[in-house]
Design a protein around this ligand. Structure first.
Ligand code: BTN
Length: 258
């Protein structure tokens, strides 16, 4: 893998590979706390405790998928750190499109879909001190070469592997190299110019705007229409009574319209 890392941010001396970890996010957070540089990358061939968003677990079998976490130290306030999930999504969408996958969709805030099914997810976790970001860990899991039948039954209908979409196996090292190159590109732009220029790019992969959606928050579920991605990267959903709700953390599902 090392020769494929040709960037300034992501480079061979910051790359850590493991045959097995509980969670790449967890190890990356530990390394970051011990002072690891921005640009540190942790990859595992399998995870025994892969973590998903909202306390879920992430299906992480050996030898077929990509599980990767990067350490970032952005100079931004904690309240906009969620934008990094969108930055990573944008990089992921480009990397997957480069492999030849058509129909790449980004679903707010952290999913990459192919043909409407989830092929990848992003988990962004941060540590702050005195209202300042110490580090952000961006963890990316991609379903790459597994067999459809290997997914747990509960996921089988909603999940997809890149190899299914491409009708052939995918070189995981090439995917990772492409992902990190795109992430370096977009993160550098984000660092210099903020989220503004990336917002439109992200929306070019999204299909949610003006669609009827159901939003599940921790304490409430409601329906409405997705209207905009605001300047901070949050989704604005208009309810039937016309009011706009800013969705900061939750699940958003597109509703079929008759
Ligand atoms: C989600 O869609 O819920 C986010 C899934 C994120 C999974 C990745 S796999 C690599 C990294 N390590 C983890 O434990 N989780 C993320």
């Amino acid at each position: 893998m090392a020769p494929l890392l040709t960037g300034v941010l992501f480079r061979p001396d910051r790359y850590h590979y493991f045959a097995e970890l509980d969670s790449t996010n967890r190890l990356a957070a530990r390394l970051a706390q011990e002072g690891a540089d921005q640009g540190t990358v942790v990859v595992a061939d399998c995870q025994t405790g892969g973590r998903g968003r909202l306390g879920r677990s992430w299906f992480s079998p050996r030898g077929v998928n990509l599980y990767c976490s990067v350490v970032l130290r952005p100079a931004i306030p904690p309240q906009v750190a969620a934008q990094l999930t969108l930055v990573a999504g944008l990089a992921l969408a480009h990397a997957v499109a480069d492999l030849g996958c058509g129909d790449v969709e980004l679903k707010w805030p952290n999913d990459l879909l192919l043909g409407g099914r989830k092929a990848a997810g992003i988990l962004t976790e941060m540590r702050t001190e005195a209202a300042r970001i110490q580090h952000v860990i961006v963890g990316i899991g991609v379903n790459v070469n597994g067999a459809r039948t290997a997914f747990p039954v509960a996921l089988r209908e909603q999940a997809v592997n890149l190899a299914e979409s491409l009708r052939g196996p995918v070189d995981r090292a090439r995917l990772l190299a492409g992902l990190l190159a795109w992430l370096e590109h977009w993160y550098d732009r984000f660092d210099r110019e903020g989220f503004g220029p990336l917002r439109q790019e992200w929306l070019s992969f999204a299909r949610l705007l003006d669609q009827a959606v159901q939003v599940r928050l921790a304490d409430e579920t409601f329906s409405g229409r997705a209207r905009a991605l605001d300047a901070e990267g949050y989704l604005l959903v208009q309810r039937a009574d016309g009011t706009l709700t800013r969705v900061v953390a939750g699940d958003v599902m597109r509703l079929e319209e008759g």
